[in-house]
Write a protein that binds this ligand. Structure first.
Ligand code: HSE
Length: 433
């Protein structure tokens, strides 16, 4: 059996997990790969005297790995944008294949990196960057190759899902976030998790591979979960919905929707049952119908599972000398379509609205009339006399699907009524059809 040499840059949660699983399951992985995968170098920018790498040389200079002629595959697990970009481009220039778990890097610099890799005849594999241990990129790029994919929606940030799950049980946001950080789920900057940036990185990649469009992270819309209150969580539940932080990408004739925001999902849908650090991605293909990919979205060995699957793919290429490649985004580069990202005013969604109304006759009729004037159909409405406080009562409305532009205009009018008080709370809702 041939040997394929792997160098790992970055020895944090995922790097440590990758080292451990590759070492522990070496014989099994060699059997699957058809070659021996040997870790011949590891590097981390900070000293890791606390870890045991056996005979494998350790360096604090990550570029040593990229410049080592003996290394066939560079595994980039340092995270972040700029140094990672330089490292990966240097590896490509040196003719090395790259495996990365860095979704930020792929979402922001992927177009440049993939073009460089294609010119150099090497592969940049990134399964672990999207939904942790779930092999969803493989499913989209290969398993669903027959399908026109119309939409993708998913819980693609484990930290955010962990927080929302625990909040449903009555725990406070800050306390749960701290716990998720201690468990190694959160990004170095946890605002990436709670504000939807990490999910937008992943959604950008999913959408590009699903629809065959270039990566356009800068145009993705993000709204975080920090403003979600236990009140809205409880009232969504009473309406038969659960609040999840979803990434939603939809292909329409005029462009693509690319958005991450809190979303009401029907409790009866499987995705509503996805709790804790688990992720799930729904992919709708014209031939196969709706499919769901479910599993751990973060964590050391769960993410290492995806990193190693990519290492195995690349090692087979190295060992066999094959020139066959699955294109980086699943489509031949010249088949990518330049579909633009639609503005949020042009997206279509259902909405949960919470309006604080003055508790007096005729208010409900005025609210209903404004919604009707904007062509907004009401699916359900909830108002409870027991919730009256200081003469004010929350009116909760669930709408049918409309254009966001219509909701925006209606909210402006609702807020300007003398019978309402303060801003209208608006959370998008999705029925997956
Ligand atoms: N911070 C990320 C999450 C890690 O919580 O999902 C996995 O990408």
């Amino acid at each position: 059996m041939k040997d394929v040499s792997v160098g790992i840059c970055g020895l944090g949660t995922v790097g440590g997990g990758t080292f451990n699983v590759l070492t522990r399951n070496a014989a099994l992985i060699a059997g699957r790969a058809g070659c021996n995968i040997r870790i011949t170098r590891v590097a981390s920018r900070r000293n890791r005297d606390d870890l045991d790498f056996g005979d494998v040389p350790f360096s604090t200079e990550i570029f040593d790995v990229v410049n080592d002629p003996a290394v066939d595959v560079v595994v980039e697990l340092i995270g972040g944008y700029e140094t990672a970009r330089e490292l990966v481009l240097a590896a490509i220039r040196n003719g090395k294949h790259v495996v990365t778990a860095n979704k930020a890097l792929v979402a922001v610099h992927g177009n440049e990196i993939f073009a460089a890799a294609e010119n150099a005849g090497v592969v940049v594999a990134y399964e672990a960057g999207v939904a942790g241990g779930i092999p969803v990129m493989k499913a989209i790029r290969e398993g669903l190759a027959a399908n026109r994919i119309d939409w993708i929606a998913g819980i693609i940030n484990g930290t955010g899902n962990y927080i929302l799950t625990e909040m449903r049980a009555g725990r406070a946001f800050a306390e749960v976030l701290k716990e998720a950080q201690e468990l190694g789920y959160a990004e170095a900057d946890p605002t990436f998790d709670v504000e939807g940036i990490d999910a937008a990185h992943k959604l950008t990649i999913l959408a590009s591979a699903g629809f065959g469009v270039p990566l356009q992270f800068e145009k993705a819309f993000t709204e975080g979960i920090s403003s979600i209150t236990p009140y809205d969580i409880a009232h969504a539940e009473q309406l038969g919905y659960r609040i999840k932080h979803l990434g939603i990408a939809r292909r329409r004739d005029e462009g693509i929707e690319l958005r991450v925001h809190p979303t009401l999902v029907p409790q009866s849908h499987l995705i509503a049952q996805v709790d804790g650090v688990l992720n799930a991605v729904l992919v709708d293909g014209d031939a196969v119908g709706q499919t769901m990919y479910y599993g751990p979205g973060a964590g050391d060995e769960a993410t290492a599972s995806a990193v190693i699957a990519d290492i195995v793919d690349v090692a087979r290429i190295v060992a066999s000398g094959s020139t066959l490649r699955v294109p980086h985004l699943g489509f031949a580069p010249d088949a990518l379509e330049n579909l633009d990202v639609l503005s949020m005013e042009d997206i279509q969604s259902a909405y949960y609205l919470r309006i604080t109304a003055l508790d007096r006759p005729g208010v409900l009729a005025k609210i209903a009339s404004i919604l009707s004037e904007h062509g907004i159909n009401i699916e359900s409405i909830m108002q409870k006399e027991s919730e009256v406080q200081d003469g004010r009562i929350p009116v909760i409305i669930l709408t049918h699907t409309v254009q966001e532009r219509q909701i925006n205009r209606a909210i402006e009018e609702l807020e300007s009524l003398s019978d309402t008080d303060g801003p209208v709370v608006r959370i998008r809702a999705e029925n997956f059809n």
